[in-house]
Write a protein that binds this ligand. Structure first.
Ligand code: ATP
Length: 281
């Protein structure tokens, strides 16, 4: 089997989990998860701290095997496919990820453009003989797509958190992934940086209709307007999954987060607030 041309030999969904459980000694991190993501869909995963969001993403990104159940990614069943090969077609972006060799970054002052280039080879250091004019140009174009073309020559080490977040996504896109998975990309961003990144993600969805995305976040305010589907996870189980307008309701969110919540949908974006207790006058 070859994944050389992206999805050769792949059939079915972008992600397909049936009865997936993940267990570690004495603990269940995911229990009996059924979840299907079709190509071109844009999902958001929401849930409380420790609910199992990152664990779900790690199975979907072919980083972790289920303890039981069946998981297929890009049509290939985990356990029957070379995971390293499969991961080349999955762009996983997490703030905790170490992208490039830290020592090299400090010593040689690797620029944001160079960090994006390393996405072509999936390497932690630049492999210069593997990058031609086409790759250099593409890295510039991706920085521009993410609204940060001016960062190209800036050392990555001095980039702000918001800037790094965008460079990380540009790097992931260098490999032309079929699916882009973003784990809390807005963590630590100030309001303008957050809004700019949301706009960049919305632009990606408009500009690349074939791209499938899965976003993990804590805040309803961060759900891009291009989101098509939502999954709520609670205590290692899927509480609700499906079209975004069916799943994102005050009732579902109140159950998911364990307190009465009121959800508002304005101009394509979502806002939530805790229902206030009425006190006496
Ligand atoms: N290797 C492990 N061994 C034991 N427990 C683990 C392991 N990995 C994760 N967990 C626990 O499993 C639970 C789910 O973790 P996960 O990272 O998936 O949650 P999350 O929903 O992404 O949480 P957060 O919003 O806080 O990032 C957490 O309670 C976590 O402490």
């Amino acid at each position: 089997m070859s994944l050389e041309n992206g999805l050769d030999g792949a059939t079915g969904a972008a992600v397909d989990m049936a009865g997936v459980s993940v267990r570690v000694v004495g603990r269940t991190l995911l229990a009996e998860v059924d979840w299907r993501v079709e190509f071109g869909e844009h999902w958001v995963i929401l849930g409380r701290n420790g609910a199992g969001k990152t664990t779900m993403l790690s199975v979907a990104a072919a980083v972790r095997h289920p303890s039981s159940g069946a998981a297929s990614v890009l049509g290939h069943r985990l356990g029957r496919v070379d995971l390293r090969e499969l991961r080349r077609h999955i762009g996983l972006v997490a703030a905790s990820q170490r992208l490039v060799d830290e020592a090299l970054m400090e010593e040689e002052g690797l620029t944001a453009h160079t960090v994006v280039l390393t996405g072509h080879t999936g390497s932690s250091a630049p492999l210069w003989d593997r990058y031609g004019p086409r790759e250099h140009e593409k890295a510039h174009a991706l920085l521009a797509d993410l609204g940060c073309k001016d960062l190209a020559d800036r050392p990555f080490a001095v980039c702000s958190q918001g800037e790094r977040g965008r460079v990380r996504i540009a790097r992931a896109l260098m490999a032309d992934p079929a699916i882009l998975m973003l784990d809390e990309p807005f963590a630590g961003l100030d309001l303008p940086a957050r809004e700019d990144l949301i706009t960049a993600i919305e632009d990606l969805a408009h500009g690349r209709p074939a791209l499938t995305t899965v976003l993990v976040t804590h805040h309803l305010e961060e759900v891009p307007s291009t989101t098509t589907h939502a999954l709520l996870v609670s205590d290692a189980r899927v509480l609700a999954a499906g079209p975004v307008h069916d799943v994102l309701t005050s009732e579902n969110l109140s159950r998911c987060f364990g307190r009465p919540l009121t959800l508002h949908h304005v101009d394509g974006r979502w806002y939530v607030r805790a229902a206030r207790r009425v006190t006496g006058v």
